[in-house]
Design a protein around this ligand. Structure first.
Ligand code: CO
Length: 149
């Protein structure tokens, strides 16, 4: 495994609207994308950009709000009613290779490799095997291919 770019930090929130107001008003975020639903993951998602090197975006905050009572992040919000850091996401050049490497290290992977909110393949590694941090692994988006609007 070779650690890649920190693509985003997943932050659970009971209200994306309140979080947008916070990142804009308190943190001065200049670029906040339009929220969208990911029904297959049970969440509404909104990306907040942080500035990166010239011509690129930096690490994003991925706001996630439950879509319904069956959302997998409801348990997290019951324990953390204000919301907070839910996962971190690192890029790798080859998702299948990374998955095989985590499996070879005996790390528990949560579910199949699937298409994530950026339109690239992702998987999650169990926090109990990752020093307490739920870790998302994402194949590096190709140039200009990252989700944007
Ligand atoms: Co994520």
């Amino acid at each position: 495994m070779k650690l890649g770019r920190l693509n985003h930090i997943g932050v659970a929130t009971p209200s994306i609207a309140d979080s947008i107001a916070h990142y804009r008003g308190v943190m001065g975020a200049a670029k906040i994308h339009t929220p969208f639903d990911m029904p297959e993951q049970g969440v509404k998602v909104c990306f907040v950009d942080t500035p990166g090197a010239k011509g690129t975006y930096g690490t994003q905050i991925e706001l996630i709000e439950p879509l319904d009572a069956a959302s997998p992040i409801n348990g997290f919000l019951e324990k953390n009613p204000l919301g907070g850091q839910h996962h971190v996401c690192f890029e790798v050049p080859d998702i299948a290779e990374a998955r095989a490497e985590f499996e070879a290290m005996g790390k528990r992977i949560l579910g199949p490799t699937r298409i994530g909110a950026h339109g690239t393949p992702i998987f999650f590694v169990h926090p109990k095997d990752m020093m307490g941090t739920l870790t998302e692994i994402m194949e590096t988006p190709r140039e200009g291919a990252h989700w944007s609007n």
